[in-house]
Write a protein that binds this ligand. Sequence first.
Ligand code: CUA
Length: 345
Amino acid sequence: MADRKRPSLFPLALIALAVLFVLAFSSGPGTAAQIDQFPQTTLEPKSEVARAIDDVLDGIVIWVIVIFVVVQAALVLTVAKFRHRPGGAPARNLHGNTTLEIAWTLAPAIILAFIAVPTVKVIFSNAKPTKGDVQVRVVGHQWWWEFQYPGKGVITANELHIPVGKTVSLELESVDVIHSFWVPAFAGKKDLIPGRTNHLWFTPETTGTYSGQCAEFCGASHANMYFKVVVQTQEEFDAWLAQQKAPVAPPDSGSLAARGLEVYSKGQCVACHMIDGVSYGVVGPNLGKVSTRQTIAAGMFPNDDEHLSAWIRNAPALKPGSLMLKQELSDDDLAALVAYLRTRR
Ligand code: CUA
Protein backbone atom coordinates (compact mmCIF):
# COMPACT_ATOMS: atom_id res chain seq x y z
CA MET A 1 0.00 0.00 0.00
CA ALA A 2 1.34 3.42 -0.94
CA ASP A 3 2.26 5.84 1.84
CA ARG A 4 -0.57 8.29 2.27
CA LYS A 5 0.57 11.84 2.93
CA ARG A 6 -0.46 12.89 6.45
CA PRO A 7 -2.16 16.30 6.65
CA SER A 8 0.14 18.91 8.14
CA LEU A 9 -0.83 20.23 11.57
CA PHE A 10 0.96 23.49 10.91
CA PRO A 11 -2.01 25.52 9.54
CA LEU A 12 -4.21 24.28 12.42
CA ALA A 13 -1.60 25.31 14.97
CA LEU A 14 -1.36 28.75 13.35
CA ILE A 15 -5.13 29.24 13.52
CA ALA A 16 -5.21 28.16 17.19
CA LEU A 17 -2.41 30.62 17.99
CA ALA A 18 -4.23 33.44 16.19
CA VAL A 19 -7.45 32.73 18.14
CA LEU A 20 -5.54 32.71 21.45
CA PHE A 21 -3.85 35.97 20.50
CA VAL A 22 -7.16 37.69 19.73
CA LEU A 23 -8.73 36.39 22.96
CA ALA A 24 -5.76 37.50 25.03
CA PHE A 25 -5.79 41.05 23.72
CA SER A 26 -9.50 41.75 23.57
CA SER A 27 -11.92 42.46 26.37
CA GLY A 28 -15.58 41.61 26.38
CA PRO A 29 -18.35 44.12 25.85
CA GLY A 30 -19.43 46.16 28.85
CA THR A 31 -21.90 48.82 29.86
CA ALA A 32 -21.04 52.43 29.08
CA ALA A 33 -19.78 52.98 32.59
CA GLN A 34 -17.60 49.90 32.50
CA ILE A 35 -15.93 50.63 29.20
CA ASP A 36 -14.27 53.85 30.33
CA GLN A 37 -12.76 51.92 33.23
CA PHE A 38 -10.74 49.66 31.00
CA PRO A 39 -8.04 48.67 30.58
CA GLN A 40 -7.60 47.30 34.08
CA THR A 41 -4.00 46.32 33.84
CA THR A 42 -1.22 45.46 36.26
CA LEU A 43 1.28 46.13 33.48
CA GLU A 44 1.13 49.91 33.86
CA PRO A 45 1.89 50.36 37.56
CA LYS A 46 1.17 53.78 39.04
CA SER A 47 2.49 53.31 42.58
CA GLU A 48 5.60 51.95 44.26
CA VAL A 49 3.68 48.89 45.45
CA ALA A 50 2.31 48.04 41.99
CA ARG A 51 5.75 48.68 40.44
CA ALA A 52 7.42 46.25 42.84
CA ILE A 53 4.84 43.59 41.91
CA ASP A 54 5.31 44.33 38.20
CA ASP A 55 9.10 43.97 38.58
CA VAL A 56 8.61 40.51 40.08
CA LEU A 57 6.40 39.61 37.12
CA ASP A 58 9.03 40.91 34.67
CA GLY A 59 11.67 38.72 36.33
CA ILE A 60 9.44 35.66 36.11
CA VAL A 61 8.63 36.35 32.45
CA ILE A 62 12.37 36.51 31.62
CA TRP A 63 12.94 33.16 33.36
CA VAL A 64 9.98 31.64 31.55
CA ILE A 65 11.30 32.81 28.17
CA VAL A 66 14.80 31.47 28.90
CA ILE A 67 13.40 28.08 30.01
CA PHE A 68 11.09 27.91 26.97
CA VAL A 69 13.88 28.65 24.53
CA VAL A 70 16.34 26.19 26.14
CA VAL A 71 13.79 23.36 26.38
CA GLN A 72 12.44 23.87 22.85
CA ALA A 73 15.95 24.13 21.40
CA ALA A 74 16.98 20.90 23.13
CA LEU A 75 13.81 19.22 21.88
CA VAL A 76 14.21 20.32 18.26
CA LEU A 77 17.90 19.44 18.29
CA THR A 78 17.21 15.97 19.71
CA VAL A 79 14.41 15.23 17.27
CA ALA A 80 16.55 16.32 14.33
CA LYS A 81 19.77 14.63 15.40
CA PHE A 82 18.41 11.31 16.66
CA ARG A 83 15.57 10.75 14.22
CA HIS A 84 15.24 7.37 12.60
CA ARG A 85 17.17 7.05 9.35
CA PRO A 86 16.78 4.28 6.79
CA GLY A 87 19.40 1.64 7.53
CA GLY A 88 20.26 3.26 10.87
CA ALA A 89 21.03 1.28 14.01
CA PRO A 90 18.09 0.54 16.36
CA ALA A 91 17.63 2.93 19.31
CA ARG A 92 19.54 2.12 22.48
CA ASN A 93 17.88 2.01 25.89
CA LEU A 94 19.56 4.13 28.56
CA HIS A 95 19.23 3.56 32.29
CA GLY A 96 20.53 5.98 34.90
CA ASN A 97 22.71 9.01 34.39
CA THR A 98 23.70 10.50 37.75
CA THR A 99 25.14 13.70 36.31
CA LEU A 100 21.97 14.44 34.31
CA GLU A 101 19.70 13.59 37.26
CA ILE A 102 21.57 15.94 39.59
CA ALA A 103 21.54 18.65 36.93
CA TRP A 104 17.79 18.54 36.27
CA THR A 105 17.03 18.51 40.00
CA LEU A 106 19.37 21.36 40.87
CA ALA A 107 18.59 23.64 37.92
CA PRO A 108 14.85 24.07 38.68
CA ALA A 109 15.60 24.47 42.40
CA ILE A 110 18.05 27.28 41.65
CA ILE A 111 15.65 28.95 39.22
CA LEU A 112 12.82 28.73 41.78
CA ALA A 113 15.09 30.34 44.37
CA PHE A 114 15.76 33.22 41.95
CA ILE A 115 11.98 33.66 41.63
CA ALA A 116 11.03 33.07 45.27
CA VAL A 117 13.50 35.41 46.95
CA PRO A 118 12.39 38.64 45.18
CA THR A 119 8.73 37.56 45.43
CA VAL A 120 8.84 37.01 49.19
CA LYS A 121 10.81 40.24 49.63
CA VAL A 122 8.07 42.21 47.84
CA ILE A 123 5.29 40.43 49.76
CA PHE A 124 6.93 41.37 53.09
CA SER A 125 7.72 44.96 52.12
CA ASN A 126 4.14 45.52 50.86
CA ALA A 127 2.70 43.97 54.03
CA LYS A 128 4.63 46.34 56.32
CA PRO A 129 2.06 48.38 58.25
CA THR A 130 2.17 52.04 57.28
CA LYS A 131 0.50 54.99 58.94
CA GLY A 132 0.04 56.84 55.66
CA ASP A 133 -0.78 60.49 55.01
CA VAL A 134 -4.44 59.73 54.33
CA GLN A 135 -6.48 57.06 56.08
CA VAL A 136 -9.58 55.55 54.53
CA ARG A 137 -11.81 52.85 55.92
CA VAL A 138 -13.10 50.59 53.14
CA VAL A 139 -16.19 48.53 53.90
CA GLY A 140 -17.29 45.82 51.53
CA HIS A 141 -21.00 45.25 51.02
CA GLN A 142 -22.93 42.97 48.68
CA TRP A 143 -22.33 44.53 46.06
CA TRP A 144 -20.82 47.93 46.57
CA TRP A 145 -18.02 49.75 48.33
CA GLU A 146 -18.23 52.17 51.22
CA PHE A 147 -15.36 54.65 51.71
CA GLN A 148 -15.15 56.42 55.07
CA TYR A 149 -12.65 59.15 55.87
CA PRO A 150 -12.17 58.88 59.66
CA GLY A 151 -11.99 62.23 61.45
CA LYS A 152 -13.08 64.03 58.27
CA GLY A 153 -16.80 63.33 58.57
CA VAL A 154 -17.01 62.09 55.00
CA ILE A 155 -18.64 58.86 53.86
CA THR A 156 -19.05 58.03 50.20
CA ALA A 157 -19.58 55.00 47.98
CA ASN A 158 -17.90 53.36 45.01
CA GLU A 159 -15.60 56.32 44.34
CA LEU A 160 -12.40 56.61 46.34
CA HIS A 161 -10.79 60.05 46.18
CA ILE A 162 -7.14 60.36 47.18
CA PRO A 163 -4.40 62.95 46.75
CA VAL A 164 -1.48 62.28 44.40
CA GLY A 165 1.96 61.62 45.89
CA LYS A 166 0.57 60.91 49.36
CA THR A 167 0.66 57.49 50.95
CA VAL A 168 -2.86 56.20 51.41
CA SER A 169 -3.48 53.58 54.05
CA LEU A 170 -6.68 51.61 53.83
CA GLU A 171 -8.44 49.67 56.57
CA LEU A 172 -10.38 46.90 54.86
CA GLU A 173 -13.51 45.48 56.48
CA SER A 174 -16.68 43.69 55.41
CA VAL A 175 -20.21 43.63 56.77
CA ASP A 176 -21.32 40.44 55.05
CA VAL A 177 -19.08 38.05 53.13
CA ILE A 178 -15.48 38.05 51.97
CA HIS A 179 -14.71 40.57 49.24
CA SER A 180 -11.37 41.53 47.76
CA PHE A 181 -10.16 45.07 47.08
CA TRP A 182 -8.23 45.36 43.85
CA VAL A 183 -7.01 48.37 41.89
CA PRO A 184 -4.49 46.90 39.46
CA ALA A 185 -2.74 50.24 38.87
CA PHE A 186 -1.89 50.68 42.55
CA ALA A 187 -1.66 47.42 44.47
CA GLY A 188 -2.28 43.72 44.66
CA LYS A 189 -5.51 42.18 45.88
CA LYS A 190 -6.36 42.21 49.58
CA ASP A 191 -9.37 40.51 51.13
CA LEU A 192 -12.06 42.24 53.17
CA ILE A 193 -13.05 39.73 55.82
CA PRO A 194 -16.02 40.00 58.21
CA GLY A 195 -14.86 40.46 61.82
CA ARG A 196 -11.33 41.37 60.85
CA THR A 197 -9.43 44.44 59.66
CA ASN A 198 -6.88 44.08 56.88
CA HIS A 199 -4.51 46.80 55.78
CA LEU A 200 -3.29 47.97 52.41
CA TRP A 201 -1.24 51.00 51.44
CA PHE A 202 0.21 52.60 48.33
CA THR A 203 1.30 55.98 47.02
CA PRO A 204 -0.41 57.00 43.75
CA GLU A 205 2.06 58.69 41.40
CA THR A 206 -0.19 60.30 38.80
CA THR A 207 -3.55 62.01 38.83
CA GLY A 208 -6.44 60.47 36.94
CA THR A 209 -9.29 58.04 37.32
CA TYR A 210 -8.46 54.39 37.78
CA SER A 211 -10.73 51.41 37.98
CA GLY A 212 -10.91 48.68 40.55
CA GLN A 213 -13.20 45.81 41.32
CA CYS A 214 -13.97 43.06 43.75
CA ALA A 215 -11.66 40.13 43.16
CA GLU A 216 -13.21 37.48 45.39
CA PHE A 217 -16.45 35.73 44.50
CA CYS A 218 -19.05 37.21 46.83
CA GLY A 219 -22.44 36.31 45.38
CA ALA A 220 -24.76 37.02 42.47
CA SER A 221 -23.35 40.43 41.54
CA HIS A 222 -19.69 39.86 42.35
CA ALA A 223 -18.93 40.72 38.74
CA ASN A 224 -20.81 44.02 39.16
CA MET A 225 -18.81 45.28 42.13
CA TYR A 226 -16.66 47.98 40.57
CA PHE A 227 -15.27 51.18 41.96
CA LYS A 228 -13.30 54.14 40.77
CA VAL A 229 -10.20 55.64 42.32
CA VAL A 230 -9.93 59.35 41.59
CA VAL A 231 -6.40 60.60 42.18
CA GLN A 232 -6.35 64.38 42.54
CA THR A 233 -3.90 67.13 43.34
CA GLN A 234 -3.86 68.05 47.04
CA GLU A 235 -5.90 71.21 46.26
CA GLU A 236 -8.52 69.28 44.29
CA PHE A 237 -8.68 66.64 47.01
CA ASP A 238 -9.14 69.27 49.74
CA ALA A 239 -11.87 70.91 47.65
CA TRP A 240 -13.55 67.54 47.20
CA LEU A 241 -13.43 66.86 50.96
CA ALA A 242 -14.91 70.32 51.62
CA GLN A 243 -17.67 69.71 49.09
CA GLN A 244 -18.52 66.32 50.61
CA LYS A 245 -18.83 67.95 54.04
CA ALA A 246 -20.68 71.09 53.00
CA PRO A 247 -24.30 71.15 54.13
CA VAL A 248 -26.98 71.04 51.44
CA ALA A 249 -29.83 73.55 51.64
CA PRO A 250 -33.27 71.92 51.67
CA PRO A 251 -35.12 72.33 48.36
CA ASP A 252 -37.30 75.42 47.87
CA SER A 253 -40.84 74.74 49.03
CA GLY A 254 -43.18 74.04 46.14
CA SER A 255 -40.35 72.85 43.88
CA LEU A 256 -40.18 69.43 42.26
CA ALA A 257 -37.21 68.59 44.48
CA ALA A 258 -39.24 69.48 47.58
CA ARG A 259 -41.85 66.99 46.50
CA GLY A 260 -39.04 64.50 45.90
CA LEU A 261 -37.83 64.99 49.48
CA GLU A 262 -41.33 64.09 50.62
CA VAL A 263 -41.32 60.95 48.44
CA TYR A 264 -37.90 60.07 49.86
CA SER A 265 -38.87 60.64 53.49
CA LYS A 266 -42.14 58.72 53.27
CA GLY A 267 -40.82 55.89 51.14
CA GLN A 268 -38.64 52.86 51.79
CA CYS A 269 -35.47 54.83 50.98
CA VAL A 270 -35.03 55.99 54.60
CA ALA A 271 -34.73 52.43 55.88
CA CYS A 272 -31.45 51.81 54.07
CA HIS A 273 -29.88 55.13 53.07
CA MET A 274 -28.37 58.00 54.99
CA ILE A 275 -28.82 61.66 54.15
CA ASP A 276 -27.64 63.80 57.03
CA GLY A 277 -30.62 65.34 58.81
CA VAL A 278 -33.12 63.37 56.73
CA SER A 279 -32.54 59.63 57.12
CA TYR A 280 -30.15 57.38 58.98
CA GLY A 281 -30.09 54.01 57.23
CA VAL A 282 -26.71 52.32 56.95
CA VAL A 283 -27.56 49.29 54.82
CA GLY A 284 -27.19 51.03 51.46
CA PRO A 285 -24.83 53.72 50.17
CA ASN A 286 -24.82 57.13 51.87
CA LEU A 287 -26.77 59.45 49.56
CA GLY A 288 -25.71 62.74 51.17
CA LYS A 289 -23.69 63.74 48.08
CA VAL A 290 -24.91 61.10 45.66
CA SER A 291 -24.97 63.52 42.72
CA THR A 292 -21.25 64.25 42.97
CA ARG A 293 -20.49 60.68 41.93
CA GLN A 294 -19.76 59.60 38.36
CA THR A 295 -21.56 56.27 38.51
CA ILE A 296 -24.35 54.42 40.30
CA ALA A 297 -24.78 50.76 41.23
CA ALA A 298 -21.08 50.34 42.04
CA GLY A 299 -19.67 51.49 38.72
CA MET A 300 -22.25 49.79 36.51
CA PHE A 301 -24.04 52.82 35.07
CA PRO A 302 -23.37 56.51 34.51
CA ASN A 303 -25.00 58.68 37.14
CA ASP A 304 -27.52 60.36 34.80
CA ASP A 305 -31.26 60.86 35.31
CA GLU A 306 -32.22 58.09 32.92
CA HIS A 307 -30.15 55.43 34.67
CA LEU A 308 -30.94 56.72 38.16
CA SER A 309 -34.69 56.52 37.42
CA ALA A 310 -34.41 53.03 35.98
CA TRP A 311 -32.32 51.99 38.97
CA ILE A 312 -34.80 53.27 41.57
CA ARG A 313 -37.71 51.73 39.71
CA ASN A 314 -36.27 48.24 39.45
CA ALA A 315 -32.72 47.75 40.66
CA PRO A 316 -32.78 43.93 40.71
CA ALA A 317 -33.62 43.98 36.99
CA LEU A 318 -30.41 45.92 36.33
CA LYS A 319 -28.17 44.16 38.82
CA PRO A 320 -28.75 40.51 39.66
CA GLY A 321 -29.36 39.93 43.36
CA SER A 322 -29.43 43.64 44.18
CA LEU A 323 -30.59 44.18 47.76
CA MET A 324 -32.16 47.48 46.65
CA LEU A 325 -35.84 46.66 46.26
CA LYS A 326 -38.06 47.42 43.29
CA GLN A 327 -39.97 50.64 44.04
CA GLU A 328 -43.63 51.08 43.13
CA LEU A 329 -43.65 54.79 42.30
CA SER A 330 -45.72 56.87 39.94
CA ASP A 331 -43.80 58.53 37.09
CA ASP A 332 -44.30 61.92 38.76
CA ASP A 333 -43.05 60.71 42.13
CA LEU A 334 -40.03 59.10 40.49
CA ALA A 335 -39.17 62.30 38.59
CA ALA A 336 -39.53 64.27 41.83
CA LEU A 337 -37.33 61.84 43.73
CA VAL A 338 -34.61 62.06 41.07
CA ALA A 339 -34.89 65.88 41.15
CA TYR A 340 -34.37 65.78 44.92
CA LEU A 341 -31.36 63.46 44.67
CA ARG A 342 -29.88 65.86 42.11
CA THR A 343 -29.83 68.55 44.82
CA ARG A 344 -27.54 66.30 46.86
CA ARG A 345 -24.23 67.63 45.60
CU1 CUA B 1 -17.48 41.54 46.44
CU2 CUA B 1 -16.88 39.88 44.88
